[in-house]
Write a protein that binds this ligand. Structure first.
Ligand SMILES: Cc1cc2nc3c(=O)[nH]c(=O)nc-3n(C[C@H](O)[C@H](O)[C@H](O)COP(=O)(O)O)c2cc1C
Length: 261
């Protein structure tokens, strides 16, 4: 199935691939043999080493602050320096990054860039349902939880960071340890005529109708900084402008320190 998807992408002249979760060496080498650029998102040092050994061009270090599926359990700004030390490849930081300050911190640590999900989910162009975007704007970092309870179309133990909702509240303190085989198949929503099951990983999209509140609303811990839904270009500009201003301040402070010495 995976190899088939890769062949389809290559036939369509896709030039850049981004892989995540298990490192599958045959998949990496197929893309590299075809001349593609391969980014591999990793949540552990072990996966970082495996991805580099398999031939990845860029590592994306994903901390547990990330929205959506979360592979490792290390905070972003602890994992990033560890991955940088482990690899000779360019590294991109991912997880909880929604501000120019976080972008500037990642770059100062040695990252070549950042990967943002939540910050761009709450933009006008994003295909997420408005209810998801609004919840990101209204919520704070204490409103996200890591759970493996939205798992029906994924392997047991796959954790996601989501906004708390009636389903996660129903888990009580048992956010982890859910067995997909033991979860009843209950249709709660539809995308056109495609049924969406309670506790599946499907999040509400513009096209989704039904019990949207019960679906997973993916969000990273940086969401407290997202206070409005803006065009994606504006979000990008704000991130870069803030990071550049911080770099200028740091540069001036360094220059005046050197002048005083
Ligand atoms: C709505 C949503 C969907 C995501 N889907 C994928 C996906 O299909 N594949 C993937 O590798 N990562 C996916 N991610 C995780 C991102 O690659 C990234 O690790 C994460 O968004 C970074 O954290 P942040 O959301 O705090 O910026 C998704 C994240 C979100 C929020």
């Amino acid at each position: 199935m995976l190899q088939q998807q890769i062949e389809t992408c290559l036939a369509m002249e896709v030039a850049v691939f981004s892989f995540f979760w298990d490192v599958v060496p045959e998949a990496v080498s197929r893309v590299k043999t075809a001349g593609g650029l391969l980014l591999h998102q990793v949540g552990t040092l072990r996966a970082a080493r495996e991805a580099e050994a398999a031939g990845a061009d860029v590592l994306i270090a994903q901390g547990q602050d990330a929205g959506g599926h979360v592979h490792g359990r290390t905070p972003t700004f602890e994992l990033l320096p560890a991955v940088l030390e482990t690899t000779a490849l360019p590294v991109v930081a991912s997880g909880g990054i929604c501000t120019g300050l976080a972008l500037a911190e990642a770059l100062a640590m040695g990252a070549q860039g950042v990967q943002c999900g939540t910050a761009f989910l709450a933009t006008q162009e994003s295909f997420a349902h408005d209810c998801h975007k609004r919840r990101i704007v209204d919520a704070g970092p204490q409103d996200t939880v890591l759970t493996d309870g939205f798992v029906l179309n994924w392997p047991k133990g796959s954790a996601v960071r989501v906004l708390r909702n009636s389903v996660t509240d129903g888990f009580g303190t048992d956010l982890m340890g859910h067995d997909p085989d033991a979860i009843p198949r209950e249709v709660i929503a539809h995308d056109d005529d495609i049924p969406r099951l309670r506790q599946s990983t499907d999040s509400p999209l513009r096209t989704t109708t039904g019990a949207l509140e019960q679906m997973p609303h993916y969000a990273g811990t940086g969401l407290g900084e997202i206070v409005e839904i803006v065009p994606a270009a504006r979000r990008l500009l704000d991130l870069c402008t803030e990071a550049a201003a911080l770099r200028d301040i740091a540069g001036r402070a360094q220059a005046s320190g050197e002048g005083a010495a």
